[in-house]
Design a protein around this ligand. Structure first.
Ligand code: ADP
Length: 249
């Protein structure tokens, strides 16, 4: 029953590099839907937590439960098969392919089927329908025929997210989705992430605190590898330990 409300539970997770504890006894619970922000100053251990979740790294101690199942010792491929998908890992956007072709490639990769299979007209039609469905979900339909390299930067980030959705994530890990995004695109990408959170659990590492304040339901603040605060932004932003460690108060 414990997993009913939580997609993911980290229990006492630690990662040591030599003598250095990059992640120190981190426990956190991520709900089935909504956006969970991970914030903290540089070197706090945020990326290491993502690397532990995708099994790019193995924890020194602690456990990871996903939908009630212990996934601590799974391989990276097995974790991805469970539906934990990190945005950058599979989101290679091919610059010379169109937006539509990029989505089709991502869907084919997900299906992992022999190329022969794709010669069937019916399958190709289904692939195209699903591609347009995904483009619709991220409001990129009108760019379908545009080469990815010609997209404005904000739309390129959106395409990356769309290729990630092709992997049918249950838990989507977004690593600084606003990095490099201009002021004019922040609202639309925020809206997109918000809309995805109705159907996916999302964990987002993000430095832009006004975005975090606006769209995250829950926040975990890390500093020096430890959780120093958690809760909604209105609470953690008032926490003296957070102000000292991160917000610079
Ligand atoms: P953040 O993403 O919060 O900026 P990181 O998780 O990247 O922090 O890094 C946390 C700490 O762990 C940093 O001090 C970093 O130098 C160290 N670190 C990360 N990866 C390694 C590694 N492979 N070997 C040694 N130290 C590492």
């Amino acid at each position: 029953m414990a997993h009913n409300n939580y997609a993911l539970q980290l229990d006492g997770l630690s990662k040591r590099f030599g003598h250095f504890l990059a992640v120190n006894n981190v426990s956190l619970n991520v709900r089935e839907f909504g956006i969970h922000g991970i914030i903290g100053p540089n070197g706090a251990g945020k990326t290491t937590v993502f690397n532990l979740l995708t099994k790019f790294l193995s924890p020194t101690s602690g456990s990871i439960q996903f939908q009630g199942k212990d996934i601590t010792n799974l391989t990276p491929v097995a974790v991805a098969r469970q539906g934990i998908i990190r945005s950058f890992q599979i989101s290679a956007v091919f610059p010379n392919l169109t937006v539509l072709q990029n989505i089709e490639v991502a869907l084919q990769r997900k299906a992992g089927l022999a190329s022969q299979f794709w010669r069937s007209r019916k399958v190709l039609d289904r692939l195209r329908d699903r591609s347009f469905e995904l483009l619709g979900a991220v409001k990129l339909e009108k760019f379908a025929g545009v080469e990815a390299k010609s997209l404005p930067y904000g739309r390129k980030r959106t395409l990356e997210i769309a290729t990630t959705l092709a992997m049918e994530p249950k838990l989507l890990l977004l690593d600084e989705p606003m990095a490099g995004v201009g002021h004019e695109d922040i609202a639309s990408i925020s809206d997109l992430i918000r809309s995805l959170s109705n159907r996916h659990a999302i964990i987002m590492i993000e430095h832009n605190l006004s975005v975090v304040a606006t769209i995250c339901d829950q926040i975990t603040v890390l500093a020096r590898g430890e959780v120093i605060a958690e809760g909604p932004y209105s609470e953690v932003s008032r926490n003296p330990a957070v102000r000292e460690a991160y917000i610079g108060g």
